[in-house]
Design a protein. Structure first.
Length: 358
């Protein structure tokens, strides 16, 4: 009886390995993740919810110093120049995690076009400029931002992608998308607990596992309706922030929280509807963002994690820091200011230089 069970188990494993091998050989890199989203450089993904497509063009950007850069998604799925997975010796690696503000898009300040995202310079590009111009040498700034990501998506990205890059510093800038109603609750990327988490992290790159997860996400009746729940509620946001602390501490990585301010409402874009509706929407975002920022601050203070603040009395008044459509995405001046604050904080913490040998 035991011999039959062992034989059946071996046969099942061999069958699974054969199916996995056939899928890897016979399908493209996007199988079975799904079709691209409304942004041409992104595709749906059952593990991450959605992701950047390796090698996809993003478009040219112009930094605040006038330098014009051609941006693509590199082979690791990150916006920017090609990098090796292995960190070069003597290099300080700073990985910036976040949403569209980190990635670098803006909603044009043109009436009726508030649903269109245009690539632009990000604070990560500006931080790289400051490092290039002011030093120190051998500092590598990596943009791991993904449009639309919540803190849950960022946590999964940290665990499955970013820690493999052996970063010295990770920045956390999430909160705006967390509060929005989810257009696809099955893709909220909520981290499982206990055995489920172990299974997910062990099998996330198996195509059979991804196919099963994709099928589960598509089954009707198993998930909340679209727009009925936020991407991340307060309790989950707190848990995600704490997990960032746990994982970075386990791997000896410096963690820096960033605030995520919302600009003051000015001109109303007619694309948002009536002025009253627009102001109600903005008030909701402003209030929810402030609440989530308090949660992040509590987690940071309890765990000794520094926070860099990019709003308040130090913000310049010579140019608008946020675009005039959603008051969330920064202008070029805003991205430059965020980078200045981030560069100053990293320098004050001593995190721009490699650690001294013991």
């Amino acid at each position: 009886m035991l011999a039959r069970l062992v034989l059946a188990a071996v046969a099942t494993l061999l069958t699974l390995f054969a199916c996995e091998g056939a899928l890897r050989v016979g399908t493209g890199p996007l199988f079975p993740e799904g079709q691209p989203t409304f942004l041409p450089w992104m595709a749906l993904d059952p593990v991450f919810g959605w992701r950047n497509i390796a090698g996809a063009p993003v478009g040219p950007i112009e930094r605040s110093d006038g330098a014009r850069l051609e941006r693509r998604i590199n082979r690791l799925g990150l916006r920017g120049e090609e990098i090796t997975r292995e960190k070069p010796a003597g290099t300080v690696r700073i990985v910036c995690l976040g949403d569209s503000v980190t990635f670098g898009v803006i909603q044009p300040d043109v009436p009726g076009e508030s649903d269109r995202h245009t690539p632009t310079v990000s604070y990560v590009d500006e931080l790289a400029r400051l490092v290039e111009q002011r030093g120190p040498q051998n500092v590598q700034v990596i943009n791991a931002g993904v449009v639309g990501y919540s803190s849950s998506h960022g946590l999964r990205q940290l665990a499955l992608q970013v820690l493999d890059l052996d970063p010295d510093v990770v920045t956390f800038r999430f909160g705006v998308n967390d509060q929005y109603d989810s257009w696809a609750p099955a893709r909220r990327a909520i981290e499982p607990r206990a055995f489920g988490r172990t299974l997910l992290y062990a099998l996330h790159d198996w195509k059979l596992f991804r196919a099963g997860l994709s099928a589960y996400q598509r089954l009707p009746g198993l998930h909340p309706r679209a727009d009925s729940v936020p991407w991340t509620d307060d309790e989950r946001f707190r848990r995600n922030a704490e997990r960032f602390v746990e994982l970075t501490q386990q791997h000896g990585v410096h963690l820096l929280f960033m605030d995520f301010p919302v600009g003051a409402l000015g001109r109303i874009d007619p694309a948002f509807g009536t002025e009253g509706a627009a102001r109600t929407f903005h008030r909701r975002i402003f209030v929810n963002t402030r609440r989530l920022q308090r949660i992040a601050q509590e987690v940071a203070e309890r765990n000794g994690v520094p926070i860099v603040y990019t709003a308040g009395p130090k913000a310049p008044r010579t140019a608008p820091l946020f675009n005039g459509i959603d008051y969330v995405h920064p202008t070029v001046e805003g991205a430059s200011f965020i980078a200045e604050r981030l560069y100053a904080e990293l320098g004050a913490l001593g995190w721009l230089s490699p650690p001294s040998p013991d």
